[in-house]
Ligand binder design. Structure first.
Ligand SMILES: Cc1cc2nc3c(=O)[nH]c(=O)nc-3n(C[C@H](O)[C@H](O)[C@H](O)COP(=O)(O)OP(=O)(O)OC[C@H]3O[C@@H](n4cnc5c(N)ncnc54)[C@H](O)[C@@H]3O)c2cc1C
Length: 452
């Protein structure tokens, strides 16, 4: 008899696990209350990057003028909204038809466990109980909303209201300067909004390399973004078409819209973890071991609910590994996920990407490191493209040359980091990068230069 695998949540974690497990012969049921593709397709990764791409094209037109073209750009907001919706629906359709072609049973409804081996799904037609040999919890997360934020979806927004927003804000106050906050700041400033960014620490992207954050701050200031540093928002008040944000240091800022980007909370409530005996930690995450098994061996958790790196790429890789584990494939050359080696990117202008060891933390821990930094201003391709901003930084072990990490700030950083990520994941050395015969002229030449 084939393995009955029930998955709650059809985001990157759930739909990848479903496809892989079905390919390997499992009898898969996937329960999703919104759309397969998940929040990643509906509100998070995809719409954000689609809108950022439009803003990027507007910035490109500005640069084109510097390259001798008489070009003029103007935002067509209805066309932008249509474009975002069409990308979402194409991706949703491609995930749905892939699942269908693999024979995955898709149920549109809300799932919850009622025992360690059974899940109830509530659909429009009523309730159905499904028996399971293995269960995956992949319900994702939602934006965190503190009690002082009177979210109304019109003027006081969370990220889910902003892709696309009801209108392009005249003056947006972004609260929170982590990855999401800076991406929104970037996006709306390129789309023509005046933006004030409330930064609770002394630098944007507090978890990132200060040199990386500095390039972004400089770019924001060049574009007229106002940074309110060392200020923690305490209240938001709406008065007609204006919003007022008051901070804990006494400063206040007025704008047309406020947008909250202060993190997320896991969707573990209502999953029936108690009924199944699954441990939920005090922040609402469902932790797992290296195979993503919870304390109940045949119940797995993946994606944002696992409390690991909240990235779509991590969620889908976990989903694939779980499907293999459920189907007993772990003995065959199984590599465990090493979350410290996950590459990540921030889709601002310039783009920011990093992987592996962080320089400041490594030095603080007394670790010996070889750090080489090369600016794009000496790269032929960057000069040809008229965008020499940023740099490449490669971190390696001085004794062995093994690449331990790196950061890239600049054009196509999210693509270029793949080379360093491959080196970090496979313990390649700086010589392996330097000895690769790369293309000229190319931005990637700066990688080889930083590795030499
Ligand atoms: C604004 C923003 C931008 C982002 N951009 C990026 C990016 O560029 N790159 C990147 O790698 N990551 C990005 N992320 C992070 C990424 O979106 C998440 O890490 C990823 O979506 C997590 O995948 P998941 O499978 O855990 O859950 P989700 O994508 O959240 O999917 C979970 C699904 O489960 C469903 N669900 C929940 N509970 C139930 C239930 N009881 N029954 C049935 N269905 C249920 C939900 O409807 C949802 O569709 C971004 C996040 C945000 C907020």
């Amino acid at each position: 008899m084939s393995v009955r695998f029930v998955i709650i949540g059809g985001g990157p974690a759930g739909n990848t696990a479903a496809t892989v497990a079905a390919t390997l012969g499992a009898e898969v049921t996937l329960i999703e209350r919104d759309i397969v593709g998940g929040a990643a397709h509906l509100w998070d990764c995809i719409p954000s990057k689609a809108m950022i791409a439009t803003g990027g094209e507007l910035a490109e037109i500005d640069r084109a003028r510097a390259m001798g073209l008489a070009a003029e750009g103007r935002l067509d907001f209805p066309a932008l909204k249509e474009r975002v919706a069409s990308i979402e629906s194409r991706l949703h359709e491609s995930v749905r038809s892939l699942l269908e072609s693999q024979g995955v049973r898709m149920l549109h409804g809300t799932g919850r466990m009622i025992s360690p081996y059974s899940v109830v799904v509530t659909t429009e037609a009523g309730e159905e109980e499904i028996d399971a040999d293995a269960i995956l919890l992949a319900p994702g997360s939602r934006p965190r909303i503190p009690e002082w934020a009177p979210i109304d979806g019109e003027r006081v927004l969370i990220t889910r209201h902003a892709y696309p927003p009801p209108e392009i804000p005249e003056h947006l106050v972004v609260i929170g300067s982590g990855v999401t906050g800076v991406e929104f700041t970037h996006m709306f400033s390129t789309l023509g909004s005046e933006v004030t960014l409330v930064v609770s620490r002394q630098q944007v992207l507090p978890a990132k390399d200060p040199e990386v954050a500095a390039v972004l701050e400089e770019e924001f200031m060049r574009r007229g973004v106002k940074l309110l540093k060392g200020a923690r928002a305490q209240t938001i008040r709406r008065d007609g078409d204006r919003i007022f944000v008051a901070c804990d240091d006494g400063r206040a800022v007025e704008g047309s819209h406020a947008l909250l980007c202060i993190g997320s909370v896991p969707n573990s409530d209502g999953l029936g973890c108690d009924a199944a005996g699954v441990v939920v930690d005090d922040r609402g995450y469902v932790p797992g071991n290296r195979h993503c098994q919870t304390n109940v061996a045949h119940i797995y958790s993946a994606g944002d609910i696992s409390g690991r790196l909240p990235l779509s790429s991590v969620a889908s890789t976990q989903g694939r590994k779980i499907a293999e584990h459920v189907m007993g494939l772990t003995a065959v050359a199984h590599r465990h996920l090493d979350y410290d080696k996950a590459a990540s990117a921030i889709f601002t202008e310039p783009e920011i990407a990093d992987v592996g060891l962080a320089e400041a933390e490594a030095f603080a821990a007394g670790r010996k490191l070889r750090v080489t930094k090369v600016p794009f201003s000496s790269n032929a391709k960057a000069l040809i493209m008229g965008d020499p901003r940023g740099f490449v930084k490669v971190l390696s072990d001085p004794a062995t040359g093994v690449v331990l990490g790196g950061s890239i700030v600049g054009r196509n950083a999210a693509e270029l980091i793949s080379v360093i990520a491959l080196a970090v994941a496979n313990r390649l050395t700086v010589s392996d990068i330097v000895d690769s015969l790369l293309v000229h002229p190319a931005l990637a030449e700066s990688l080889a230069e930083a590795a030499s």
